[in-house]
Structures are given as C-alpha cells and as structure tokens.
Design a protein around this ligand. Sequence first.
Ligand code: CP
Length: 316
Amino acid sequence: MTDTLTAPLARTQVTLRHLTGPEDLDQLLIVRLLERAARFESGGTDPDRLRGRLLATIFYEPSTRTRFSFEAAMHRLGGQVLSAESARTTSSAAKGESLEDAIRVVSAYADSIVLRHPEVGSAARAARVAQVPVISAGDGPGHHPTQALLDLYTIKKELGRLDHLRIGLAGDLRHGRTARSLAVLLARFEGNELVLIAPPALRMGEDVLHSVRAQLPLQEATDLADVAPTLDVLYQTRIQAERFESAEEYERYRGVYVVDAELMRRLPEHAILMHPLPRAGEIDPPVDADPRAAYFRQARNALWVRMAVLDWAMAG
Ligand code: CP
C-alpha cells in the first residue's frame, strides 16, 4: 500500500527533467526537441498527451510571449495551468517569502513549474529544491534557454540547417539573455561563425565568450552596417532599459542600432532578420513587410517548441 506521507520523498528519488540553462541542452537533446516540436506543428502527435497534468507558471518579471506560449502550449496538450503573472507583488514574495520556499510549496500542487525571475541563477536554485521539473523562462540577464531553442527551430525552418551559418547577434549583449543562450546553443553545431555586434560597454559577458570561443570562430564588431552584408542571420535585440543603473545610462545606448530599409538593403537576399521581441525602436516597423523579417514567425514557433519542452519534461 502506498504511504501518502512518503510519496513526496519518493518523487525526489527520480531524475527530474529540469531545463534551467543552456548547459542542460546538448546537441542530441536539442535535435530531439526540435523534431518533437516539428511533429506538434504538423499535427502528427496526440494533442492530449498532458491531460490531467497541471503546470504552474510563476513570473516575477513581465512577459507576453513566454508566458502566453507556455500556457497555450499546456492547454493545447490537454493540461491545465496555475498562473502567477505578477508574482513579485501578488504572491507571498511580497511578504518576504524566499524563492526556495515558494518553489517547495508550488511543487506540491503542480506537475511542472515554469519560472521567470530577475536574479541570475534563480532557475537553478529553484530546481535544487523542487520536486517537479523546473523550466526557466528567463533568469534576469542570465539565460533564456527555451527562447534559444525556438530561435534554433526558426533558423532551421527558415534556412534549412543549423550548421555552417554566419550569425550576427546585435544590441545589448551584456544584459540580453536570449542572445547569450543562443550563442551557447549555436556553438553546439559545426561550422557556425558568430559576429557579436555591440558597443564596448554592452559586450557579451566573458562567461559566455569563454565557453563558445573554443568551439567556433568569434568576431566582435561595433558597426552593424559594416557586417550586415556578410550574415546569414541577423539577430537584433533590444537595449534592456530595465537592467541599467540609471535612465541616463540607458539613454546613452538607446537607438544605437536601428534596422531600417537602408540596413535591409545591406543584408543578403537569402538572409533572415530575427528578434526575440519585444522591440523598442530597434526595428523600424516598415521592415515588417520584408519577407526576410522572421520575428513574428519566430514568436509563433514558440508554441510548438514549448509544447515539445513541456511534453519532454512531463510525459517523457
Ligand atoms: N522573448 C521574450 O522572452 O518575450 P517576453 O518577455 O514577452 O516573454
């Protein structure tokens, strides 16, 4: 007979499928998740695979795409969702509860947790105390692994491959967690070259540079127009106003790179323009009509990729 008092302890004995950073994603797992996402997109997989399962989404920072796509993915898989969408003020964090205690408690209610939190390393901390899989939805300026997965899915769909590409990551690479995670995942595939385009003060952190330098050729640049003609993918990012010490410092960099019609003329015909969104002035809206502008298709791909991630984490 099952002793219900020991059941939670027994759950800790199994290896949980956490996804807290790009280090959890080796090439084989990436390929398998992208294949699974493609099956969901083509309608080739049972849409009710997570019926009876409950997902908790806990967001201590704002989100549109990540939260809605995870929640839509869970509903489309037949599951249900508990959501704290302004957890900083509407959960007991406002009374001083630690992240660890919140995760221990929510673990007892849900079958998986999707967490967005402003502190680097918060998803890994949550995974250490959780009794269910923890999936990072972004840990401050740290990483955003499922965004990087959907970025790879988009590149594969748009250009047909994930290797032997020259990819430019542009903008606020110091605080931009999506670009940081994407750099790490692109380095898992043969023959890729990275061009990191940022003002010196917004260069990508040494932690990521160190890990990718050994695996692929890396060029750092400050002039976007100069390198645009050499790229297969231009991944434009937002200057992250919320991460700067002061509004004055942010103003120094706002508008440093703007993709407009002139810049698009310099981008090769076969290339694509991506952006994790939201944008805040760094892509001129008329560019949306250019067939190479892939960012809304990219946002749509979040659904299939997050269905695949939830399915992997909970159904196996
Ligand atoms: N790309 C992304 O993470 O968007 P949200 O902040 O809207 O979730």
